[in-house]
Write a protein that binds this ligand. Structure first.
Ligand code: XIL
Length: 351
């Protein structure tokens, strides 16, 4: 039976009438559910993208695609500390507020990214000789200022980003040095006080498969929750490269966090490759995107799957990984790649 959803266009209705249901390919049987967000409807998993605010302001096709394809958005940069407080005490909320307003107009949930990180800190933090007590106070004030400013408007916060090393030990950061290992618990408590309704995530890369790093996350999340610390989600960034192979045990990993009772999410998915791209690499990429989405759809508590940019037209990979790229589901002309089709079909199978 065709499940006709809202927004079914006249042309699509005509097509159904003329061709008959049996003649329609699978995708068309749910006409009106255009875009990935339509395909995701009813699955319990939101589909998101990181948003480049310059592209959103200047590229109409990009803007249209963000609205049409996604039901959650994450600011790629504009909520990071370096962006919101470039000069001490002078806040710049404008670009992030713009995204919040865009999301509201388009019925999208916002993932806040990120409150505590060792990277993209304002230069005044690194350049000033703050005491440990001052740094603790700065971090606390930052969390209250930012989570407070967006209170009630953020669906989920990446409270602490990338706090662990590959071997599972705590990363040596300005925050660990100043506040000690308790900074993670403190950050979650402060964020929860500042915005009690946001779902609070700890988030990292190389967090998709079974490893010393994810074993340590499992233990950390378990311990924090036993202590009553409001860690409510485990975010796996999902930055893959096909040259490293795909994480075949991602489902097993997500399942163990699911069993802990925390939410999970894929928060920054992209699948890069050594250029040039070819049909085999493109296919492996599609499998990488699909593998992580299936894992998310197959557990109860995985609530979103966000790509870190949806078009190669605006993408961080070529600037960071020399010789690599083509990491997103759409090419530079915003044309879908096999990865896009895999995401769409995987969602449709799950509804
Ligand atoms: C990246 C952005 O995409 C770039 O534009 C920026 O120059 C650097 O940061 N993990 C994260 C993201 O948590 O915030 C990073 O985003 C990518 C890696």
């Amino acid at each position: 039976m065709i499940r006709v959803r809202t927004g079914l266009g006249a042309a699509a209705l005509a097509a159904i009438t003329v061709l008959g249901v049996a003649a329609l390919p699978n995708g068309a049987a749910v006409a009106g559910d255009t875009g990935l967000r339509g395909a995701a409807r009813g699955t319990g998993v939101k589909i998101g993208t990181a948003v480049d605010m310059n592209a959103l302001a200047n590229d109409a096709a990009y803007k249209e695609a963000v609205a049409a394809e996604f039901n959650t958005v994450t600011p790629e940069n504009v909520m990071k500390w370096s962006e919101v407080e470039p000069t001490q005490g002078t806040y710049n909320w404008g670009p992030a507020d713009d995204l919040i307003n865009f999301a509201r107009r388009n019925g999208q949930a916002v993932r806040g990214h990120t409150l505590v990180w060792h990277s993209q800190l304002p230069s005044w933090i690194n350049e000033t000789d703050f005491t440990k007590a001052q740094l603790r106070d700065l971090l606390r004030r930052h969390i209250f200022a930012e989570a407070g400013h967006f209170k009630g408007k953020i669906w989920a916060w990446d409270v602490v980003n990338e706090p662990l090393n590959e071997d599972g030990t705590l990363r040596d950061t300005i925050w660990l040095r100043a506040l000690g290992p308790g900074y993670i618990a403190d950050a979650f408590r402060w964020a929860h006080q500042a915005d009690p309704s946001a779902i609070l995530f700890i988030n990292d890369y190389n967090a998709e498969w079974l490893s010393p790093k994810t074993d340590a996350y499992y233990q950390l999340v378990k311990d924090l929750r036993h202590q009553g610390v409001p860690v409510q989600g485990f975010g796996m960034q999902g930055h893959l490269g096909i040259q490293y192979g795909l994480p075949g045990d991602v489902l097993e990993n997500v399942r163990r966090f699911d069993a802990l009772g925390v939410k999970t999410a894929f928060t920054e998915v992209d699948v890069r490759m050594i250029l040039p791209t070819d049909q085999y690499r493109t296919q492996a990429q599609a499998e990488g995107f699909g593998l992580m989405l299936r894992a998310c759809l197959l557990v109860k508590n995985c609530i979103s799957y966000t790509v870190w940019g949806f078009t190669d037209k605006y993408n961080w990979v070529p600037g960071v990984f020399a010789g690599e790229g083509s990491a997103t589901p759409m090419d530079e002309q915003l044309q879908p790649k096999p990865a896009y089709d895999t995401l769409r079909e995987t969602f449709l199978l799950a509804r």
